[in-house]
Design a protein around this ligand. Structure first.
Ligand code: RI2
Length: 313
């Protein structure tokens, strides 16, 4: 997909989900490198920096996006020629896309092993990584049931129940505010992540932290499924991750809002779940306690990332 089209699709949530956004950005950088015909190395690098900045500006919260861009652009400064630089981007992008898909497959196996036969699971939003764990458990022959939330205002729960239905997994579809009433029936909550901070806190779809609180109160396990490239290196240096707030018109139509001049809609789309409410994070390298997050950053993203890259969160 061309660069500007991809950026628009990410911004408008036509492409959504932290992993899908990351792969789409990597693919767009690769295609843009191919389409940028200059033979001048400096001009090529400048154009690719511009493309990276455009993609980075589309959505502020999911750290998978700047991390993917950083991984794809890595080594560009060592290129001898534009052709060399183009090759680096192509190889990096292809490798990233491949490893991102392999990570989901690994998470499926590791996460499925966290689910027992007979478990009732609750999931929130539409996470490829979380669903992979649930589908993995079903494929292991476990009898499971799922509660899936609606996820206002974008109703990503509809995507989730479609996938669960395709896999013939018995599912209850509930409104977001019904989570606590059903929590006593849930054995394990599994969600995805848009970002994992160095203190082990997890940023995910709005409502996740309320679910985690309800799970904590009911002593229900709370597991997060997150590839290592969703960990946020710059949080090691004290940076916080901006929480995206989208237009109020996604919640209340402009027409309805016009009749209510004293009402202002607030529409934050992510929230922060503190590490204390998370029992484990399933990554492609294994199940880790949230306190292990700095080691994931060191081993998979590098300590140097927060220092050298202004472009990473
Ligand atoms: P995967 C989504 O964000 C949801 O918050 C979901 O839990 C998270 O990305 C991770 O998704 P949005 O793009 O990468 O719907 O696991 O705002 O698919």
């Amino acid at each position: 997909m061309p660069l500007i089209r991809t950026a628009d699709a990410i911004r408008s949530m036509e492409i959504r989900g932290a992993g899908r956004i990351a792969r789409a950005a990597a693919g767009a950088l690769r295609d843009h490198a191919e389409a940028t015909e200059t033979a001048d190395r400096v001009a090529f690098q400048k154009e690719m920096n511009r493309a990276a900045a455009l993609l980075r500006s589309t959505r502020p919260t999911a750290v998978s996006l700047p991390n993917a861009i950083h991984i794809v652009m890595r080594g560009l400064e060592d290129a001898d020629s534009a052709e060399d630089a183009r090759g680096i981007i192509q190889r990096n992008a292809d490798a990233f896309i491949r490893s991102s898909k392999e990570a989901v497959a690994m998470i499926a196996t590791i996460g499925a092993n966290q689910i027992r036969d007979g478990d009732v699971i609750l999931t929130h939003c539409n996470s490829e990584a979380a669903l992979a764990c649930i589908i993995g458990a079903k494929q292991q022959g476990k009898e499971i049931e799922v509660y899936a939330t609606e996820v206002r205002p974008w109703n990503q729960g509809l995507l989730t129940i479609e996938v669960l239905n395709q896999h013939e997994i018995p599912t209850h579809y509930i409104v977001d505010s019904a989570v606590r009433i059903f929590m006593h029936e849930i054995d394990c909550v599994i969600t995805g992540a848009d970002a994992v901070c160095s203190d082990g806190s997890v940023i995910n779809k709005i409502g996740t932290s309320q679910i985690a609180l309800a799970a904590h109160e009911a002593r229900t396990r709370m597991v997060v499924a997150a590839e290592t490239y969703k960990f946020a290196p710059r949080t090691l240096a004290g940076h916080t991750i901006p929480i995206e707030e989208r237009p109020g018109s996604e919640v209340l139509s402009d027409e309805a809002a016009r009749k209510l001049p004293y009402v202002r809609v607030r529409n934050p789309v992510f929230d922060v779940t503190p590490a204390a409410y998370i029992d484990g994070i399933v990554t492609e390298t294994g199940l880790i306690p949230p306190s292990y997050a700095p080691f994931i950053i060191r081993d998979h993203l590098g300590w140097d990332l927060p220092m050298i890259a202004d472009d990473t969160t």
